[in-house]
Design a protein. Structure first.
Length: 219
């Protein structure tokens, strides 16, 4: 297989992967604090923001314990497509869909039935975080398996880091224009809206999954 094609495919996967991570780790909290809870009751809004933030921190701490288990599952996967690509495709799809889901108010539950929202959010976020970890471990663990030649593996690592940096920095550049564009297009409001953030998450989810598919097909 053409080496340039493989390099570009792996770089595309890293680009989407880190664009996803930047969205989840940084811009989701901006969405939560700025758009998710918008009732006139400021005390309620602050309380819900506190609950969501605490849940995310707790889930991330527990994730540290489970990452080695996830790594073991990936390492022991046996399929005709290898151990890594199935996780890129399956976990990539699930995590991308759930990224879009958390950028909603769950059909109004966030304000109408806050306790139910918190329960459902916890389930969705744990699932999202687990499948993102599967994809993350599979993506970076496949690097040594891409070539038997150490020089070639170093090139894969270089293009992956380049793609990763572009993904992280690219989100910073496009987040405000995209949110504003979708807000104006779908609501007519010349300010950030939940709808604008939702479609921004759709764009990032699609980019992340296309990157995973390119890596799976092109390496």
């Amino acid at each position: 297989m053409n080496k340039v094609k493989q390099y570009l495919s792996y770089a595309a996967g890293a680009f989407g992967h880190d664009a996803f991570y930047a969205t989840l780790s940084t811009y989701f909290m901006i969405f939560v604090t700025g758009q998710l809870f918008d009732t006139p009751d400021k005390a309620f809004n602050n309380q819900m923001i506190g609950w969501v933030t605490t849940m995310i921190v707790g889930i991330r701490l527990v994730e540290i314990i489970f990452d080695p288990i996830i790594g073991g599952i990936v390492d022991n996967t046996r399929t005709r497509w290898g151990k890594f690509k199935p996780w890129l495709i399956i976990a990539g799809l699930i995590s991308s869909v759930l990224l879009v889901v958390i950028f909603t108010n769950f059909g109004g539950l966030a304000t109408a039935h806050p306790m139910l929202y918190l329960v459902l959010f916890g389930i969705v976020f744990v699932t999202l975080d687990a499948f993102y970890s599967f994809k993350d471990i599979a993506f970076w663990s496949m690097l040594p398996a891409l070539s038997l030649d150490s020089s070639t593996r170093e090139k894969f690592g270089t293009v992956a880091r380049f793609g990763s940096t572009l993904g992280q920095q690219g989100v910073q550049i496009v987040v405000v224009p995209l949110v504003m564009f979708f807000s104006i297009t779908f609501t007519g409001a010349h300010t950030e809206t939940r709808t604008g953030w939702f479609w921004f998450a759709v764009v990032i989810g699609v980019i992340a999954y296309l990157g995973a598919l390119l890596t799976a097909a092109g390496t």
